[in-house]
Ligand binder design. Structure first.
Ligand code: UGA
Length: 437
């Protein structure tokens, strides 16, 4: 099939490359000429394991190209809208400027029978509004909403073999036609039995924000338990293991620590609160305010812990920070708990030396005041305390004895409950963590 993908950020670049890998003929469109140039050379503009390979292969097949000209969308039958919906500055609501602008720009190039498929995360009600824009401008063109559930770090796998497909479609024959077109696009994954839920626009939009709200709530639940553990001497990691054996609860997303960040969970729960408020349903999602507050408190607690182990003040102390990204296997530092803590320590007068396997360039752009180094050895040399804030595999596997000769004081704070306390303590380190004795 001939497809266009509007917006080649995280979601769009991966979607375009994967759709071409499935055999479709794809044009990816973005307003950012630099991004389009990089993608056209087969280079991923961000770190995502597996993406460079898929991209290179798709470019070589001749089925994938990128352009800055929206007119190149003409001739495609299905048009995926994959642009960002960031949080509005100073507000909880989502900024729909890019979604609205891309649909407005696309409309003049649509033909009757074309399907516009929204994948961006939007406030409930957006799809119905955009469907009217599309069908008024081009009678016979349709719109569907098909939320995306990919995780950074697993984006290629999640796109090629998702857990489920959700189609929000209009009622009547247009809905059947839209469903048929999306089934054809996703035929390969559907043939392996991937569940597919066909529903109305509002339900499809809500599935996405409900899923992210549930995940955020699960993380904040275990972090709230960590707060209680800290007051009682209990161990939140053992608590999570024990809870996780109950199949109804499950162990995944019960890792206590610095909490959630990134470009999705934090802004999605805030946009949901804002939208629910507009709809008069704010009471229903009032708990998300608490979920957000618990999440922020973990960052403050980490800074407090650093102060505690440094005899009450971090002013002038050298603190090594391992990790700046919001999670491992990503170079994304948007709303990163690790970077937030590093910046908070620096504001309180600490000399913060940061390292990360992939995140340094992005972190430096946001926080140029911090000192960045390439290796763990450089980061920890002379450190009064070492903070593990993003659980990259190479940090989990660190040998206490390898660092012992480099640091000034053998104190490690484990912000992700990623290390084995016994190993570090038996090597003579003071080990502290969130929610663990
Ligand atoms: C999240 C969702 O997991 C995806 O399903 C969704 O498609 C995506 O947002 C999106 O809306 O686009 P992602 O932001 O890549 O994906 O990250 P997650 O793997 O969900 O992690 C989010 C944050 O929670 C990270 O900061 C991570 O460190 C933290 N986390 C995760 C915990 O603190 N504890 C856990 O047990 C799990």
């Amino acid at each position: 099939m001939r497809l266009s993908v509007i917006g080649c950020g995280y979601l769009g670049a991966v979607h375009a490359a994967c759709m071409a890998a499935l055999g479709h003929e794809v044009v990816g469109i973005d307003v950012d000429a630099e991004k389009v140039a990089a993608l056209s050379r087969g280079e991923a503009p961000f770190y995502e394991p597996g993406l460079p390979e898929v991209l290179t292969e798709a470019m070589a097949s001749g089925r994938l190209r990128f352009s800055t000209d929206i007119a190149d969308a003409a001739g495609s039958q299905v048009h995926f809208v994959c642009v960002g919906t960031p949080q509005k500055p100073g507000e909880y609501a989502a900024d729909l400027t890019y979604v609205d602008a891309s649909v407005d720009a696309l409309v003049p190039h649509l033909s009757a029978g074309d399907l516009v498929v929204g994948k961006s995360t939007v406030p409930v009600g957006t799809a119905a509004r955009l469907a009217a824009t599309v069908s008024t401008a081009v009678p016979g063109a349709m719109l569907a909403w098909n939320p995306e559930f990919l995780r950074e770090g697993f984006a290629v796998k999640d796109t090629l073999t998702p857990d489920r497909f959700v189609y929000g479609v209009p009622s009547g024959t247009d809905g059947e036609t839209a469903t048929g077109l999306m089934d054809a696009v996703y035929a390969e994954a559907l043939a392996t039995g991937t569940p597919r839920i066909v529903t109305d626009y509002a339900t499809a939009e809500l599935v996405k924000v409900a899923a992210n709200s549930f995940l955020a709530t699960k993380i904040s639940f275990i972090n709230a338990m960590a707060e209680v553990c800290e007051e009682t001497g209990a161990d939140v990691t053992q608590l999570a293991d024990a809870l996780g054996h109950d199949e109804r609860i499950g162990r995944r997303f019960l890792n206590a620590g610095l909490g959630f960040g990134g470009g999705c969970l934090p802004k999605d729960i805030r946009a949901f609160m804002a939208r629910a408020g507009e709809l008069g349903a704010d009471q229903a999602v009032g708990f998300l305010r608490e979920v957000d507050a618990i999440n922020s408190r973990r960052r403050t607690r980490m800074i407090d812990l650093a102060r505690e182990v440094n005899e009450g003040t971090i002013r002038g102390k050298r603190i090594a920070v391992l990790g700046t990204t919001f999670k491992p296997n990503s170079d994304d530092v948007r709303d990163s708990p690790a970077l937030d803590v590093a910046a908070g320590l620096a504001r309180q007068g600490a000399h913060v030396v940061v390292t990360d396997p992939q995140g340094i360039a992005n972190a430096r752009r946001r926080h140029p005041e911090l000192t960045y180094v390439e290796t763990v050895a450089e980061a920890v040399t002379g450190a009064d305390s070492v903070l593990l804030l993003t659980e990259w595999a190479e940090y989990r596997d660190l040998e206490p004895d390898d660092l012992a000769g480099l640091v000034a004081t053998k104190t490690i704070l484990d912000g992700r409950n990623a290390l084995e306390p016994v190993r570090w303590r038996s090597a003579g380190w003071a080990y502290r963590a969130l929610g663990r004795p």
